[in-house]
Design a protein around this ligand. Sequence first.
Ligand code: GDP
Length: 306
Amino acid sequence: MIVVLAGGTGAAKFLNGLVQVVDREDIYVIGNTGDDAVFFGLHVSPDLDTICYTLANEVNHGTGWGLSNETWNAMATVERYGGDTWFHLGDRDLGTHLYRTARLREGATLSLVTQEIAEAWRIGIDLVPMTDSPVRTYLELLDGTEVAFQDYFVKLRHSVPVTAVSFRGASKAVPTEGILEAIGEAEQILIAPSNPIVSIGPILAIQGIRELLEKNRDKVKAISPIVAGLALKGPADRLLRELGYESSVVGVAGLLADVADKLVIDEQDMALAKSISEMDIKPVVTNTIMSTPELAKNLASVVIDC
Ligand code: GDP
C-alpha cells in the first residue's frame, strides 16, 4: 500500500498521476481537514472534495477545484438577498455539502461520509480525513487578529502578511481509525506537493502522526510544492518567508527533514540539491511541474521508483 498525505489542488494533480502507475486499490490518502468550514450551515471539506472531484475526472480544470459544467444559480439568489457570496459554492457542488451536512447531523462520522461520497464518485482509492474531530487552521495577521483559513485564503485572497499559524483542536484530535495502521504497514509514504504549512502542517499536528512518520522516516518521500523559489499556486512561498523559512526547496526541506528521507525537487532547483543533502534529506531531481496528466504520471513514476 502507498499512503499519501494530501492537501487540495497540488495533491489532487499528483494523485491523478499516481493512479496511472499504482493500482487504485493500493492507494490510501490522508486528507487535510484544517481548511474545512461552515457556510450557510453546510459543512464544506474543500481539500477532500478537490481530490474526489479530480479523481472522478469531474473537477473544473480552469480553477482546479469545484465541479465541471457548474452553474451558480443558488449563489445568485443569495446575492439577491444581500448575503455573503465570497466563498463560491456551485449548484452541483452544493449537493455534496447538503449530503455531507445531513449525514453528519444524523450522527455519521466525517470519515464515513467521505467514504460514501468517494464511493458514489467511484474514485477507487481510500480517501480518509486526517481526523473525525474538528480541527481548524487559523492565521494570525500583523495586527494580532486571527482569521480562519477560508477568510484568509478566499475572502482576503491570501494577500495579507501572516505572523503565525495554529491548528485549533489538533492537539486533542486523534487520527481517524485505520490511519496509524496504514502508515505502519505502508510500503511507501508520500507527502504530496501541497502547501507544507497549511495543508501538510495540520496532518502532522494530529496526535501521533508526526511521531509515527519519524519512526517510519525511511519509507517517507516528499515532493516539493515550491519550484524555483515560488509556489505554482497560492501563498506557500509567502507563508514560508513570513514564518521565517527560506522560500525555496531548502525551506521545504527544513520543514520536512524530520519526517521524510527523500525530497523530490524540480530540475530548476538542481543547484540546491547539495544544500538539501547537507540537511540530511536525500534530494531527487526531476521535472515536477504537472501541467498535463502525462507529466503528473511521469512524476509519480519517478517518486515511486526513487
Ligand atoms: P490547496 O489546498 O488547494 O492550496 O492545495 P495544496 O496545498 O495541495 O496545493 C497547493 C500547492 O501545490 C502550492 O504550493 C503549489 O505550488 C503546489 N503545486 C500545484 N501544482 C503543482 C505542480 O504541478 N508541481 C508542483 N511541484 N507543485 C505544485
